[in-house]
Design a protein around this ligand. Structure first.
Ligand SMILES: [Zn+2]
Length: 156
């Protein structure tokens, strides 16, 4: 192990303790230098509205950027279908149909585009950094579930 100076893209230098073989440390140091420092990443995340510790926000902002850039209709739709099935089991298929329709209202006529727009919109409102970290692998599916859950909670 050893202390290495990292030159970040924001112009700041940080000292990091890196572990492993020299070649691995060099690789890690140059990878870390490809991004802004933690303070600047946290600042960017805070500017995007995220709340939490600097470390959480920096990580969550990376997750958020990645998720928003690669959100798929399949993920959002599968979450929405899961939630709609749960509603159907509880309140019957007719209520589930009404709620699913309500969930997509206002997002346009194209079903796929509406699904994506609704998913993006619900995700954009999530500012809790720890939520993003927790759902870094399933944020799209979770967005689908939330769309339907939200519509269900406001529908008789
Ligand atoms: Zn910086």
């Amino acid at each position: 192990m050893g202390w290495t100076t990292i030159n970040h893209t924001c112009g700041h230098e940080t000292r990091e303790q890196l572990y492993g073989k020299m070649a691995d440390r060099d690789r890690k140091a140059s990878a870390m230098g490809q991004s802004p420092c933690l303070t600047c990443r946290a600042e960017a995340g805070r500017a995007a509205g995220l709340t939490g510790t600097d470390k959480q926000i920096a990580w969550a902002h990376d997750v958020m950027t990645g998720v928003m850039g690669s959100l798929t209709v399949d993920d959002v739709a599968s979450g929405a279908e899961q939630a709609a099935r749960a509603v159907a089991a509880e309140r019957g298929p007719e209520a589930a149909r009404k709620i699913a329709a309500k969930a997509m209202t206002g997002y346009g006529d194209d079903p796929a585009e509406a699904m994506l727009a609704a998913g993006s919109s619900i995700l954009e409102a999530i500012t809790d950094a720890s939520w993003w970290i927790e759902h870094r692998h399933d944020a799209g599916v979770e967005a689908g579930r939330m769309i339907v859950a939200q519509a269900a909670s406001t529908t008789e």
